[in-house]
Design a protein around this ligand. Structure first.
Ligand code: FES
Length: 164
């Protein structure tokens, strides 16, 4: 009887260890996935256009999107997700560029590729007019521009945030 109880507890420990291993593997796999799966999907209302000053980028937390005014009178909605491996790309106020902290991909204010391992510029979302207001529609991803396609200026306006 004592042997059976000991065997029972031993098997219990083995089963618990196996479950912990599966849970750890699942958690590790989830952590290694790019942020793409975290993108919010839907339509998000923008402020009136005059609130987005030329040369600025504003983050919409609920949409996980950057709304930028590159200065040509047309707003852009850029995905926060780096097209390289999916890190979140912040806007650097001092350089006026998007600078990915993971592997150094850099984009101008229009999300166009400047340098680094990214395969293209930042993906974007359509801005649509509906019911008298402007909305960013994150249900439709538009692939970022290819390397070398530049509409917006790419010169840095100051020091990079990575050097700070
Ligand atoms: S994830 Fe942005 S450069 Fe690699």
């Amino acid at each position: 009887m004592a042997m059976n109880r000991r065997k029972f507890f031993l098997n219990g420990w083995k089963a618990g260890g196996a479950l912990l291993g599966v849970a750890a593997a699942k958690t590790s796999w989830a952590l290694l996935q790019p942020l793409k799966s975290l993108a919010s999907s839907g339509k998000f209302k923008l402020k009136d256009a005059e609130n987005y000053k030329p040369g600025t980028a504003e983050y919409i937390t609920a949409a996980r999107v950057w709304v930028v005014n590159p200065g040509d009178g047309k707003l852009l909605a850029l995905s926060q997700t780096c097209p390289h491996l999916g890190c979140r790309v912040p806007f650097c106020e001092s350089s006026g560029r998007f600078e990915c902290p993971c592997h150094g991909s850099t984009y101008n204010i229009g999300g166009e590729y400047i340098k680094g391992p990214a395969p293209r510029g930042m993906d974007r979302f359509p801005i649509i007019q509906e019911n008298g207001g402007a909305f960013v529609d994150t249900t439709k991803v538009v692939r970022g521009p290819n390397h070398g396609s530049h509409v917006y200026p790419s010169d840095s306006k100051g020091p990079s945030c990575k050097e700070a």
